[in-house]
Ligand binder design. Structure first.
Ligand code: DO4
Ligand code: MG
Length: 289
């Protein structure tokens, strides 16, 4: 059975809190159980069990989701991303890039996956915050991705939804421009919370999709199954953790399997809703940065 934990803030307070989200979608404040950070729960499995039992036993005051501002489920973890892990992504990259097409083709089949740095934790935006499109890019898309939450010992502890905002024209012009296409203000969103307790087998059954609304109308929607991913989570994590330690843990995006048709680009004020069936919905509005 999976359990949901969130980071949140209440009006008038600057400090963030950690909560357990109940089946009825209300939030139990975990400060009373002595929990201050999500990282404590990620690092110590016994603590996670203790806190879950504490929340289930006895009655605790509950806040509604309307009473809280959800924050991204990241504290001091770096955010990394895998790429070209779904056939749809390989096809889209090969189309957008005339001279680099073979690089995408090769990496899809190679033993070593594409892995790139995506964001420092303090730059990640959370649910209902703005995601950015670069002012010097003309072809921008959101990328809905399952994100793995990994502790400092390299253990997969939870899942969330990641939006790997990307500038396709910059990426397509030259592979060496990838960091500029991927890393800029508001290019990384995470949320709405962290789900723990699901196995990889269960996660691979989840549906992952995105819908984009413009002026009240849906202008794109698409979805796939997490199981369409070519590599196992262990494979992706294994390469990320080779010769590299993460003292605070790390979040790893697993790549996108949903890419809008080539004529589509995001615009300011678009609403992006990403949904993973086993997790929830991550919603953000687009702004130009
Ligand atoms: O190589 C470009 C990035 C690929 C990516 O972000 C993805 O497949 O999700
Ligand atoms: Mg991506």
């Amino acid at each position: 059975m999976s359990t949901i934990f969130c980071r949140y803030r209440v009006a008038g307070e600057s400090e963030s809190r950690v909560g357990l989200v109940t089946e009825g979608r209300s939030v139990i404040d975990l400060r009373e159980a002595g929990v201050r950070t999500l990282t404590e729960l990620l690092e110590d499995e016994m603590e996670l069990v203790r806190v879950t039992e504490w929340a289930q036993q006895g009655s605790h005051p509950e806040l509604t989701l309307a009473d809280v501002t959800l924050l991204p489920p990241v504290e001091r973890q770096e955010v990394w991303a895998a790429g070209v892990t779904y056939l749809r992504s390989k096809k889209a990259r090969m189309e957008e890039s005339d001279h680099n097409a073979s690089a995408y083709d090769r990496v899809y089949d190679a033993p070593r996956p594409e892995l790139f740095f995506k964001s420092m934790p303090e730059k990640v935006v959370g649910p209902n915050d703005f995601v950015g499109i670069r002012r010097d890019a003309g072809w921008n898309v959101p990328e809905p991705e399952l994100a793995l939450i990994i502790n400092s010992q390299g253990q997969l502890r939870g899942y969330t939804i990641g939006n790997d905002m990307s500038s396709r024209d910059i990426e397509g012009e030259n592979t060496l421009y990838l960091p500029q296409a991927k890393i800029y203000d508001r290019s990384c969103a995470l949320g709405p919370w962290m789900v723990v307790g699901a196995t990889e087998e269960e996660a691979r059954e989840w549906e992952i999709g995105v819908s984009i609304e413009r002026g009240g109308e849906e202008v794109f929607c698409g979805s796939t199954k997490v199981g369409q991913i070519k590599r196992t989570f262990d494979e992706l994590m294994g390469y990320l953790l080779r010769s590299q330690t993460f003292p605070h843990g790390v979040i790893l995006f697993t790549g996108t399997g949903v890419v809008p048709e080539d004529s589509f680009t995001l615009q300011q004020h678009d609403i992006v809703r990403m949904k993973i069936s086993g997790i929830g919905v991550l919603e953000n509005q687009v702004t130009v940065v």
